[in-house]
Ligand binder design. Structure first.
Ligand code: SDX
Length: 431
């Protein structure tokens, strides 16, 4: 607890009221306003939650001014270089990096849950072949709760762990199946001898007519993309998962809710939008005109992959993504890739433009991730589904933290009502 507090006084002479200030381990402290309404009859007003801490958490820390991102205290730059995605999954779920034995056991557990119930494949048959992968993914992930009645008791820590493993293990299979369905190619089963990300790439790109050869550089690049997207504090989709989970909904339904929220272009859909934006600009000579439109409020145009609610400095993930981009393009002999050169030119021009500098708008995780994924062979329409695959571990870790919190309550915000005051219904004949 704390002896520091904040006092709220009222100009109408109502009695002032003090609220305790609660410290975290690092980062902004909070004014604990929980008794505000019961003591004053007032709500706080904070659309978009610009100044609201909705929970306590020990999973991910972001310092937007420094451009710092820590998963359980470890800097993202170190995790991206020294760990693979399943080690980071273990860290996010359990709070510590695994030792060799713990990692081996965790990998085996995930590997043995990568298949989905055979009947799930029937769901895909109902979709149009040109369905957006996110439209299919949100449906099939929600339908997992129709198959796993043995792990839906969210009050049981073991059930929660089994559901977490199932979701982390099955998302790659489901995302790859979404892709295969749009391609009209046969679904590919996971192979237990392959690592997590190599398995996903084989399910995505192998065809029955020839053996699939794993490219270790591309696997490592995609594995790093998963790490960079794994969690990010209380972003919109994580907050959606927490709110859905606060009602006691099962984890599969909660993750489906997170996928739905992530789809938006202001959030996880920005990587797809950023690549389409680069394709639309087309040439370095057109950047000036585009920047002009992005600065014009009436144009409805934004520089996709730029700006962030929290980062008012360079998103550390964007830096790592740009390096990965360079490595992949070099590996593929695409160092002259048109879009990568266009993206770097656009970034340079924007970062020297007062409009972006004054508003502290920097590239975010989505600015380069589309270029890397496109180079790896992932279609633009699948970018956000890849983001969802990677973010599933963060969502489920945050969900588990919330469910395990003894103070957890159903989330139920209030409002500032500006509608009609009470009035009587007049009969239709007289209206
Ligand atoms: C993700 O929250 C997370 O952590 C999300 C995420 C995660 O890992 O979960 O990091 C993933 O969602 C990254 C963000 C991806 N979205 C985009 O790249 C879409 C483009 N970016 C913008 O839509 C915007 O920057 C947001 C949504 C990301 C942030 O919006 P905010 O914090 O609500 O800021 P704002 O819209 O109030 O912008 C402040 C000003 C405004 O101008 P003024 O009213 O001050 O004159 O900056 C302008 C905005 O018009 N602005 C932009 C801009 N982003 C903000 N102008 C042009 N292009 C942009 N990209």
């Amino acid at each position: 607890m704390t002896d520091k507090n904040a006092t709220l006084s009222f100009s109408d002479g109502s009695p002032a009221i003090s609220f305790p200030i609660l410290p975290g381990t690092i980062g902004p402290q909070v004014v604990d306003i929980r008794p505000l309404y019961s003591k004053t009859g007032h709500f706080t007003y904070d659309p978009g939650f610009m100044s609201t801490a909705a929970c306590t958490s020990s999973i991910t820390y972001i310092d937007g001014d420094k451009g710092e991102l820590l998963y359980r205290g470890y800097p993202i730059e170190q995790l991206a270089v020294n760990c693979d995605f399943l080690e980071v999954c273990y860290l996010l779920l359990k709070g510590e990096l695994p030792n060799a034995k713990q990692k081996s056991e965790f990998v085996t557990m995930v590997t043995n849950h990568t298949m989905v119930h055979e009947q799930m494949n029937q769901f895909f048959r109902g979709f149009r072949r040109d369905s957006h992968p996110m439209a299919m993914l949100v449906g099939v992930v929600g339908s997992l709760s129709a198959f796993y009645h043995d792990s839906l008791d969210i009050t049981d820590a073991h059930h929660r762990e089994v559901s977490a493993i199932r979701l982390i293990a099955k998302l790659p299979t489901l995302v790859a199946t979404c892709y295969k369905y749009t391609m009209g190619q046969p679904f590919v089963y996971p192979r237990n001898e392959l690592g997590y990300t190599a398995n996903f790439m084989r399910m995505m790109f192998s065809v029955p007519c020839e053996d699939y050869k794993v490219n270790d550089v591309l696997v490592r690049a995609l594995d790093r993309i998963f790490i960079l997207h794994a969690d990010h504090e209380q972003n919109a989709s994580t907050s959606t998962v927490r709110l859905a989970g606060s009602s006691g909904a099962n984890p599969f339904a909660c993750i489906a809710a997170g996928i739905a929220c992530l789809w938006g272009p202001a959030h996880g859909g920005a990587n797809e939008a950023a690549l389409n934006m680069l394709e639309g600009i087309g040439d370095v000579s057109k950047i000036g005109d585009f920047i002009k439109r992005a600065k014009d409020k009436n144009s409805g145009v934004k520089l996709m992959g730029f700006g962030h609610r929290v980062y008012k400095n360079y998103d550390p993930r964007a830096k790592l993504m740009r390096e990965t981009c360079h490595e992949v393009l070099e590996e593929l002999g695409l160092h002259d890739d048109r879009l990568f050169k266009l993206a770097m030119a656009l970034e340079k021009i924007a970062l020297e433009d007062d409009y972006f500098v004054q508003r502290k708008l920097y590239p975010n995780v989505d600015f380069y991730s589309g270029i890397v994924q496109r180079a790896i062979g992932i279609p633009v329409s699948l970018f956000t589904a890849i983001f969802a695959l990677a973010r599933t571990v963060g969502w489920i870790a945050q969900w588990n933290e919330m469910i395990s919190d003894p103070d957890q309550k159903i989330g139920r915000p209030r409002q500032l009502y500006c509608g009609a005051v009470r009035r009587d219904v007049t009969p239709l004949a007289t209206r």
